[in-house]
Design a protein around this ligand. Structure first.
Ligand SMILES: Nc1ncnc2c1ncn2[C@@H]1O[C@H](COP(=O)(O)OP(=O)(O)OP(=O)(O)O)[C@@H](O)[C@H]1O
Length: 253
């Protein structure tokens, strides 16, 4: 069953159309990256998919509309990392990650194993006892990533929505995190992720989607999408395109 299908999704606020007739699918096993300038509607789109914004048109998650999903079942299939995850409680990092396991009752030891695995994947296991509020911005972001990763189980395909998950990370952790997110997709989950870094998007996406002023402008492979014409249209004049010597993928300068 296809994790995500959008048909004619629009969202109007007063006289402003924040989303305009969006058609989009994310297949199981696919990592789709959404690109576009500030304010074009990327977060709004993710929020609409997450059920947080009223919209017209249809959004299907694994073939069912939101109204057809019981919330506890959907919580095992849909995991969302918003652009900002504000948390004021001074829990140990491990307890923050454990929040992701709330939809899953189960033996304590099995839960602990999954939590540890996700924290290791996000390189925060060594920080497990650190109070959340004492963590750095990048450490907090990786703790929240571990939390959403451990919300999905590999027995049932899920959908992962990630809004700029690497915005606070150093280059080494950006690659580590994106490799893990790619591995999540390879295990059969659908992933829809917002990124601003064009070269990370070029390297990791199975498909890129360009957004401009609430509309989808183009979608396809990195080679098809990262063109001088598209980039100049979205971000202004000046981009140069090279090719990565090892991967052959577009490299934006
Ligand atoms: N509740 C709201 N009321 C009024 N305008 C809103 C509201 N929510 C979003 N907007 C506007 O909708 C537009 C799209 O916002 P959105 O956060 O989706 O952009 P974005 O593409 O994610 O941008 P960024 O790259 O800066 O994160 C923005 O111009 C924003 O000001």
């Amino acid at each position: 069953m296809t994790p995500l299908q959008l048909e004619q999704v629009s969202l109007q606020l007063g006289s402003r159309r924040l989303l305009d007739d969006i058609q989009l699918e994310v297949a199981a096993g696919e990592l789709v990256i959404l690109l576009g300038p500030n304010g074009c509607g990327k977060s709004t789109l993710l929020q609409a998919i997450a059920g947080e914004r009223r919209h017209t048109g249809q959004i299907r998650l694994f073939g069912q509309t939101r109204a057809q999903w019981a919330a506890p079942r959907l919580a095992r299939r849909l995991a969302v990392l918003p652009q900002h995850s504000d948390l004021r409680f001074d829990f140990p990092a491990e307890s923050v990650v454990a929040l992701g396991r709330l939809p899953w009752p189960g033996p304590r030891q099995a839960q602990a194993t999954i939590i540890r695995r996700c924290m290791e994947q996000m390189d925060v296991w060594a920080l497990r006892q650190a109070p959340y509020l004492q963590l750095s911005g990048g450490e907090r972001q990786r703790v929240h990533l571990a939390r959403v990763l451990c919300q999905l189980a590999d027995e049932e395909p899920g959908l992962l929505l990630l809004d700029e998950p690497t915005s606070a990370l150093d280059p080494g952790h950006q690659h580590q995190v994106l490799q893990q997110i790619q591995a999540v997709a390879r295990r059969g989950h659908g992933v829809l992720m917002v990124l601003h870094d064009l070269n990370l998007a070029s390297r990791y996406a199975d498909r890129l989607v360009l957004m401009q002023q609430g509309r989808l402008l183009a979608e396809g492979s990195a080679e098809a999408i990262l063109t001088v014409d598209h980039l100049a249209r979205l971000y202004g004049p000046g981009p140069e395109l090279w090719h990565h010597p090892l991967t052959g993928r577009p490299l934006v300068v």
